[in-house]
Design a protein around this ligand. Structure first.
Ligand code: EPU
Length: 309
Protein backbone atom coordinates (compact mmCIF):
# COMPACT_ATOMS: atom_id res chain seq x y z
CA UNK A 1 0.00 0.00 0.00
CA UNK A 2 1.47 3.32 -0.96
CA UNK A 3 1.58 6.06 1.65
CA UNK A 4 -0.78 8.95 1.14
CA UNK A 5 1.28 12.10 1.15
CA UNK A 6 -0.28 15.13 2.80
CA UNK A 7 -1.28 17.78 0.27
CA UNK A 8 1.37 20.50 0.34
CA UNK A 9 -0.45 23.75 1.13
CA UNK A 10 0.94 26.31 -1.30
CA UNK A 11 2.20 29.40 0.49
CA UNK A 12 1.21 31.42 -2.58
CA UNK A 13 -2.45 32.29 -3.18
CA UNK A 14 -1.64 32.89 -6.83
CA UNK A 15 0.12 29.60 -7.46
CA UNK A 16 3.65 30.98 -7.61
CA UNK A 17 6.21 28.16 -7.52
CA UNK A 18 7.95 28.16 -4.13
CA UNK A 19 10.87 25.86 -3.31
CA UNK A 20 13.37 25.54 -0.50
CA UNK A 21 16.80 25.25 -2.08
CA UNK A 22 20.45 25.91 -1.34
CA UNK A 23 21.24 29.39 -2.65
CA UNK A 24 24.80 28.34 -3.55
CA UNK A 25 23.49 27.08 -6.89
CA UNK A 26 22.21 30.58 -7.71
CA UNK A 27 25.38 32.52 -6.93
CA UNK A 28 28.32 32.82 -9.31
CA UNK A 29 30.79 32.12 -6.48
CA UNK A 30 28.82 29.01 -5.47
CA UNK A 31 28.40 29.64 -1.75
CA UNK A 32 25.26 30.20 0.34
CA UNK A 33 22.87 28.25 2.56
CA UNK A 34 19.16 27.54 2.09
CA UNK A 35 16.12 29.75 1.68
CA UNK A 36 12.60 29.63 0.31
CA UNK A 37 12.73 30.77 -3.30
CA UNK A 38 9.71 32.38 -5.00
CA UNK A 39 9.84 32.09 -8.79
CA UNK A 40 7.74 35.13 -9.67
CA UNK A 41 6.38 35.54 -13.20
CA UNK A 42 4.00 38.52 -13.10
CA UNK A 43 3.68 41.92 -11.45
CA UNK A 44 0.63 40.60 -9.60
CA UNK A 45 2.63 37.67 -8.23
CA UNK A 46 5.42 40.07 -7.32
CA UNK A 47 2.97 42.21 -5.33
CA UNK A 48 2.02 39.07 -3.37
CA UNK A 49 5.64 38.01 -2.86
CA UNK A 50 6.60 41.33 -1.24
CA UNK A 51 3.82 41.08 1.36
CA UNK A 52 6.25 39.25 3.69
CA UNK A 53 9.94 40.03 4.34
CA UNK A 54 11.81 39.28 1.13
CA UNK A 55 15.07 39.58 -0.75
CA UNK A 56 15.53 39.79 -4.50
CA UNK A 57 17.95 37.43 -6.20
CA UNK A 58 19.29 38.45 -9.60
CA UNK A 59 21.99 36.64 -11.52
CA UNK A 60 23.80 35.91 -8.28
CA UNK A 61 26.96 37.76 -9.21
CA UNK A 62 28.30 40.36 -6.77
CA UNK A 63 26.59 38.43 -4.02
CA UNK A 64 27.93 36.46 -1.07
CA UNK A 65 25.31 34.57 0.96
CA UNK A 66 26.13 33.32 4.43
CA UNK A 67 26.45 29.56 4.92
CA UNK A 68 23.33 29.57 7.11
CA UNK A 69 21.20 31.06 4.32
CA UNK A 70 18.53 33.70 4.95
CA UNK A 71 15.16 33.52 6.74
CA UNK A 72 13.36 35.81 4.27
CA UNK A 73 11.69 34.57 1.11
CA UNK A 74 13.98 35.01 -1.86
CA UNK A 75 12.36 36.33 -5.03
CA UNK A 76 13.62 35.29 -8.44
CA UNK A 77 12.05 36.95 -11.48
CA UNK A 78 11.09 34.25 -13.99
CA UNK A 79 8.92 33.62 -17.05
CA UNK A 80 7.75 36.87 -18.69
CA UNK A 81 9.68 38.90 -16.08
CA UNK A 82 12.86 37.27 -17.40
CA UNK A 83 12.21 38.04 -21.07
CA UNK A 84 12.87 41.04 -23.28
CA UNK A 85 10.39 42.67 -25.66
CA UNK A 86 12.75 44.53 -27.98
CA UNK A 87 10.04 45.86 -30.30
CA UNK A 88 10.67 49.60 -30.71
CA UNK A 89 7.93 51.65 -29.11
CA UNK A 90 6.55 53.77 -31.98
CA UNK A 91 5.53 56.63 -29.70
CA UNK A 92 8.78 56.91 -27.78
CA UNK A 93 11.30 56.10 -30.53
CA UNK A 94 12.59 58.64 -33.04
CA UNK A 95 13.55 57.04 -36.37
CA UNK A 96 14.91 60.34 -37.73
CA UNK A 97 17.71 60.43 -35.15
CA UNK A 98 17.99 56.63 -34.83
CA UNK A 99 16.84 56.70 -31.19
CA UNK A 100 15.07 53.48 -30.19
CA UNK A 101 13.03 52.96 -27.06
CA UNK A 102 12.20 49.28 -26.60
CA UNK A 103 9.22 47.50 -25.09
CA UNK A 104 9.56 46.14 -21.56
CA UNK A 105 12.62 44.09 -20.64
CA UNK A 106 12.08 41.95 -17.53
CA UNK A 107 14.44 42.45 -14.60
CA UNK A 108 15.22 38.72 -14.67
CA UNK A 109 16.51 38.82 -18.25
CA UNK A 110 20.14 37.61 -18.41
CA UNK A 111 22.32 40.49 -19.55
CA UNK A 112 24.77 38.51 -21.74
CA UNK A 113 21.99 37.11 -24.00
CA UNK A 114 20.34 40.52 -24.23
CA UNK A 115 23.61 42.13 -25.36
CA UNK A 116 24.03 39.47 -28.07
CA UNK A 117 20.59 40.36 -29.45
CA UNK A 118 21.32 44.10 -29.34
CA UNK A 119 24.59 43.52 -31.17
CA UNK A 120 22.84 41.53 -33.93
CA UNK A 121 20.36 44.41 -34.35
CA UNK A 122 23.18 46.95 -34.42
CA UNK A 123 21.66 48.82 -31.46
CA UNK A 124 24.24 50.66 -29.42
CA UNK A 125 24.53 52.13 -25.87
CA UNK A 126 24.87 49.06 -23.66
CA UNK A 127 27.77 47.20 -25.31
CA UNK A 128 30.22 48.56 -22.70
CA UNK A 129 28.60 46.27 -20.14
CA UNK A 130 29.62 43.11 -22.02
CA UNK A 131 31.05 40.39 -19.81
CA UNK A 132 28.85 41.18 -16.80
CA UNK A 133 27.19 37.89 -15.89
CA UNK A 134 24.15 39.33 -14.10
CA UNK A 135 20.52 39.94 -14.90
CA UNK A 136 19.08 43.24 -16.05
CA UNK A 137 17.37 44.13 -12.75
CA UNK A 138 20.39 43.68 -10.51
CA UNK A 139 22.69 45.28 -13.06
CA UNK A 140 20.45 48.37 -13.18
CA UNK A 141 20.11 48.40 -9.39
CA UNK A 142 23.90 48.67 -8.96
CA UNK A 143 24.55 50.44 -12.28
CA UNK A 144 26.92 47.65 -13.21
CA UNK A 145 29.53 48.49 -15.78
CA UNK A 146 33.09 48.46 -16.94
CA UNK A 147 35.31 51.32 -17.90
CA UNK A 148 33.69 51.13 -21.36
CA UNK A 149 30.17 51.78 -20.22
CA UNK A 150 27.45 51.17 -17.66
CA UNK A 151 23.75 50.27 -17.50
CA UNK A 152 22.55 53.85 -17.20
CA UNK A 153 23.99 54.52 -20.68
CA UNK A 154 20.97 52.73 -22.13
CA UNK A 155 17.91 53.22 -19.94
CA UNK A 156 14.67 55.05 -20.73
CA UNK A 157 12.26 53.96 -17.99
CA UNK A 158 12.79 51.92 -14.85
CA UNK A 159 9.89 50.17 -13.16
CA UNK A 160 10.34 49.65 -9.42
CA UNK A 161 8.24 47.43 -7.16
CA UNK A 162 8.07 47.82 -3.38
CA UNK A 163 5.49 46.72 -0.79
CA UNK A 164 3.97 50.18 -1.30
CA UNK A 165 3.28 49.53 -4.99
CA UNK A 166 4.70 49.96 -8.49
CA UNK A 167 6.23 53.16 -9.87
CA UNK A 168 8.03 54.12 -13.03
CA UNK A 169 10.95 56.53 -13.05
CA UNK A 170 13.44 57.83 -15.60
CA UNK A 171 17.22 58.03 -15.04
CA UNK A 172 16.80 61.80 -14.50
CA UNK A 173 14.64 61.08 -11.46
CA UNK A 174 17.54 59.22 -9.82
CA UNK A 175 20.82 60.49 -8.43
CA UNK A 176 22.76 57.65 -10.08
CA UNK A 177 26.54 57.41 -10.36
CA UNK A 178 29.48 54.99 -10.39
CA UNK A 179 28.16 51.52 -9.46
CA UNK A 180 25.12 53.11 -7.85
CA UNK A 181 21.60 53.68 -9.16
CA UNK A 182 20.26 55.48 -6.07
CA UNK A 183 17.46 52.87 -5.95
CA UNK A 184 17.16 51.83 -2.28
CA UNK A 185 18.11 48.32 -1.18
CA UNK A 186 15.07 46.02 -1.32
CA UNK A 187 13.35 47.99 -4.08
CA UNK A 188 12.90 45.62 -7.02
CA UNK A 189 13.72 46.61 -10.61
CA UNK A 190 10.91 44.59 -12.17
CA UNK A 191 11.21 45.83 -15.77
CA UNK A 192 12.97 48.52 -17.81
CA UNK A 193 12.60 50.12 -21.20
CA UNK A 194 15.93 50.51 -22.98
CA UNK A 195 17.04 53.67 -24.81
CA UNK A 196 19.32 52.65 -27.65
CA UNK A 197 20.94 54.23 -30.69
CA UNK A 198 20.79 52.69 -34.15
CA UNK A 199 24.32 51.78 -35.24
CA UNK A 200 25.59 48.73 -37.14
CA UNK A 201 26.22 45.17 -35.89
CA UNK A 202 29.89 45.59 -36.90
CA UNK A 203 30.41 48.80 -34.92
CA UNK A 204 28.70 47.40 -31.84
CA UNK A 205 30.74 44.18 -32.15
CA UNK A 206 33.96 46.20 -32.33
CA UNK A 207 33.21 48.06 -29.09
CA UNK A 208 32.20 44.81 -27.39
CA UNK A 209 35.50 43.27 -28.42
CA UNK A 210 37.38 46.18 -26.82
CA UNK A 211 35.53 45.74 -23.52
CA UNK A 212 36.04 41.96 -23.76
CA UNK A 213 39.76 42.37 -24.32
CA UNK A 214 40.06 44.37 -21.08
CA UNK A 215 38.73 41.31 -19.23
CA UNK A 216 41.11 38.84 -20.82
CA UNK A 217 43.33 38.54 -17.76
CA UNK A 218 40.47 38.05 -15.31
CA UNK A 219 40.08 34.74 -13.49
CA UNK A 220 37.92 32.06 -15.08
CA UNK A 221 37.00 30.28 -11.83
CA UNK A 222 33.79 30.72 -9.82
CA UNK A 223 33.77 34.25 -8.45
CA UNK A 224 31.26 36.91 -7.40
CA UNK A 225 33.19 39.44 -9.57
CA UNK A 226 35.16 42.47 -8.40
CA UNK A 227 35.11 42.70 -4.61
CA UNK A 228 35.68 46.39 -3.95
CA UNK A 229 34.76 49.57 -5.79
CA UNK A 230 37.78 51.39 -7.14
CA UNK A 231 38.62 53.92 -4.41
CA UNK A 232 39.04 57.38 -5.88
CA UNK A 233 39.12 55.88 -9.38
CA UNK A 234 42.27 53.84 -8.64
CA UNK A 235 42.04 50.11 -9.44
CA UNK A 236 41.34 48.26 -6.19
CA UNK A 237 42.92 45.22 -7.85
CA UNK A 238 46.14 47.14 -8.40
CA UNK A 239 46.19 48.23 -4.73
CA UNK A 240 45.58 44.66 -3.52
CA UNK A 241 48.33 43.46 -5.86
CA UNK A 242 50.79 46.09 -4.57
CA UNK A 243 49.97 45.08 -0.99
CA UNK A 244 51.20 41.59 -1.88
CA UNK A 245 47.86 39.92 -1.18
CA UNK A 246 47.32 38.08 -4.47
CA UNK A 247 47.24 34.32 -3.95
CA UNK A 248 46.29 34.57 -0.25
CA UNK A 249 43.98 31.71 0.62
CA UNK A 250 41.50 30.93 3.39
CA UNK A 251 39.90 27.49 3.25
CA UNK A 252 38.99 26.97 -0.39
CA UNK A 253 38.75 30.67 -1.30
CA UNK A 254 41.66 32.57 -2.81
CA UNK A 255 42.51 36.11 -3.87
CA UNK A 256 42.95 35.52 -7.58
CA UNK A 257 46.55 35.54 -8.79
CA UNK A 258 45.27 36.98 -12.10
CA UNK A 259 43.59 40.09 -10.62
CA UNK A 260 43.68 41.16 -6.97
CA UNK A 261 40.08 42.38 -6.84
CA UNK A 262 38.60 38.93 -7.48
CA UNK A 263 37.94 36.27 -4.85
CA UNK A 264 37.67 32.81 -6.42
CA UNK A 265 36.19 29.56 -5.18
CA UNK A 266 38.73 26.77 -5.67
CA UNK A 267 35.92 24.23 -5.11
CA UNK A 268 34.07 23.75 -1.84
CA UNK A 269 34.68 27.25 -0.46
CA UNK A 270 32.31 28.52 2.23
CA UNK A 271 30.96 32.01 2.76
CA UNK A 272 33.16 32.17 5.87
CA UNK A 273 36.26 31.62 3.67
CA UNK A 274 35.22 34.40 1.27
CA UNK A 275 34.36 36.85 4.07
CA UNK A 276 37.67 36.05 5.74
CA UNK A 277 39.55 37.17 2.63
CA UNK A 278 37.47 40.35 2.31
CA UNK A 279 38.36 41.20 5.92
CA UNK A 280 42.02 40.52 5.24
CA UNK A 281 42.02 42.93 2.28
CA UNK A 282 40.06 45.63 4.05
CA UNK A 283 42.23 45.38 7.16
CA UNK A 284 45.40 45.77 5.08
CA UNK A 285 44.26 48.44 2.61
CA UNK A 286 41.73 50.67 4.34
CA UNK A 287 44.13 52.29 6.84
CA UNK A 288 46.34 53.54 4.00
CA UNK A 289 43.57 55.12 1.91
CA UNK A 290 42.36 58.69 2.28
CA UNK A 291 38.77 57.74 1.35
CA UNK A 292 36.56 54.73 2.10
CA UNK A 293 37.16 51.26 0.64
CA UNK A 294 33.66 50.22 -0.36
CA UNK A 295 32.55 46.67 -0.94
CA UNK A 296 30.99 46.03 -4.35
CA UNK A 297 29.41 42.76 -3.17
CA UNK A 298 26.07 42.45 -1.42
CA UNK A 299 26.31 40.28 1.69
CA UNK A 300 23.25 38.31 2.88
CA UNK A 301 22.37 38.71 5.69
CA UNK A 302 23.99 42.11 6.19
CA UNK A 303 24.86 41.27 9.84
CA UNK A 304 27.20 38.53 8.58
CA UNK A 305 29.65 41.25 7.59
CA UNK A 306 28.60 44.54 9.15
CA UNK A 307 32.32 45.25 9.74
CA UNK A 308 32.93 45.21 5.98
CA UNK A 309 30.50 48.07 5.27
N1 EPU B 1 46.23 45.72 -12.13
C1 EPU B 1 47.33 45.16 -11.56
N2 EPU B 1 47.17 44.11 -10.70
C2 EPU B 1 45.94 43.60 -10.42
C3 EPU B 1 44.79 44.18 -11.00
C4 EPU B 1 44.97 45.25 -11.86
O1 EPU B 1 48.46 45.58 -11.79
O2 EPU B 1 45.88 42.64 -9.62
C5 EPU B 1 46.41 46.84 -13.07
C6 EPU B 1 46.09 46.41 -14.49
O3 EPU B 1 47.19 45.83 -15.11
C7 EPU B 1 45.67 47.73 -15.12
C8 EPU B 1 45.03 48.51 -13.98
O4 EPU B 1 45.49 47.88 -12.77
O5 EPU B 1 46.80 48.44 -15.54
C9 EPU B 1 43.52 48.49 -14.05
O6 EPU B 1 43.05 47.15 -14.03
P1 EPU B 1 41.74 46.69 -14.86
O7 EPU B 1 41.88 47.09 -16.28
O8 EPU B 1 41.48 45.27 -14.57
O9 EPU B 1 40.60 47.61 -14.28
P2 EPU B 1 40.00 47.67 -12.82
O10 EPU B 1 39.76 49.10 -12.52
O11 EPU B 1 40.79 46.87 -11.83
C10 EPU B 1 37.54 47.65 -13.66
C11 EPU B 1 36.24 47.09 -13.14
C12 EPU B 1 36.05 45.67 -13.59
C13 EPU B 1 36.13 45.57 -15.11
C14 EPU B 1 37.50 46.11 -15.55
C15 EPU B 1 37.67 46.10 -17.06
C16 EPU B 1 35.72 48.05 -10.94
C17 EPU B 1 35.76 47.84 -9.47
N3 EPU B 1 36.27 47.11 -11.68
O12 EPU B 1 38.59 46.94 -13.00
O13 EPU B 1 34.72 45.31 -13.20
O14 EPU B 1 35.96 44.25 -15.54
O15 EPU B 1 37.60 47.48 -15.09
O16 EPU B 1 36.74 46.94 -17.66
O17 EPU B 1 35.15 49.06 -11.39
C18 EPU B 1 33.26 44.30 -11.64
O18 EPU B 1 32.68 45.39 -11.58
O19 EPU B 1 32.83 43.26 -11.07
C19 EPU B 1 34.51 44.24 -12.37
C20 EPU B 1 35.31 43.22 -12.26
Amino acid sequence: MSAVLPAQPSPSRLGTRVERQPLARYTTVGVGGEAEIWFVETLEALAEAVEQPYRILGGGSNLVIDDSGVPERVIRLSGPLAKADLTPDPELSDPASGMIVTGWVGGGTPLPGLLRKLQALGWSNLEGTVGIPGQVGGSVWMNAGTRFGEMFDGLHTIEIVTPEGVRQVTPDDLNWGYRNSDIPRGHIVSRVRLRLQQSTPEAVRERMDQADAARKGQPKMKTPGCAFKNPGGVSAGLLIDRAGLKGEQIGQARIAPEHGNFIVNLGGATAADVLGLLRLIKGRLAPELSGPLELEYEIWPEEAAADLR
